[in-house]
Design a protein around this ligand. Structure first.
Ligand code: 5GP
Length: 120
């Protein structure tokens, strides 16, 4: 079962403006910002503004408008950064075995170098 949402997680604090971030996009539904520990030349995190622990929680509870807004924002952020032609990777870690560290849904956008085959 999904854990209850923890309002003290770092992305909740970023959304509340309590912690700084390098913002690359914001709209009604989403915030996108640079990862603090980039794993590729381009490493951006896209998060919904709503309080969702993970993709599992979001896909179960979010409204259609929130889901559409989030999915469109991920595509827009990648397109606006010019990543479509060279290519990019989307990644979301869900839960323990995936090593999800921050319990607020985030999609990683990774690009800027050949990323190699998908990790195990
Ligand atoms: P996860 O393992 O949960 O999928 O990834 C969490 C990501 O959040 C990591 O890539 C980590 O570098 C990033 N991160 C953790 N804390 C912060 C923070 O305070 N600010 C930013 N911009 N990124 C963070």
């Amino acid at each position: 079962a999904t854990l209850p949402y923890d309002d003290g997680n770092v992305f909740a604090r970023i959304l509340r403006g309590e912690l700084p971030c390098t913002r690359v996009h914001e709209d009604e539904w989403t915030l996108a910002f640079a990862d603090i520990n980039p794993q590729a030349p381009h490493h951006v995190l896209v998060i919904p503004k709503g309080a969702y622990v993970s993709w599992d929680d979001f896909s179960a509870r979010a409204s259609d408008a929130e889901i559409a807004g989030f999915v469109r924002a991920v595509g827009l952020v990648a397109r606006a950064a010019g990543l479509v032609e060279p290519g990019y990777r989307l990644l979301a870690n869900i839960g323990h075995d995936a090593h999800q560290e921050v319990p607020h849904l985030h999609v990683h956008i990774l690009a800027g170098r050949p990323l190699g085959p998908m990790l195990a």
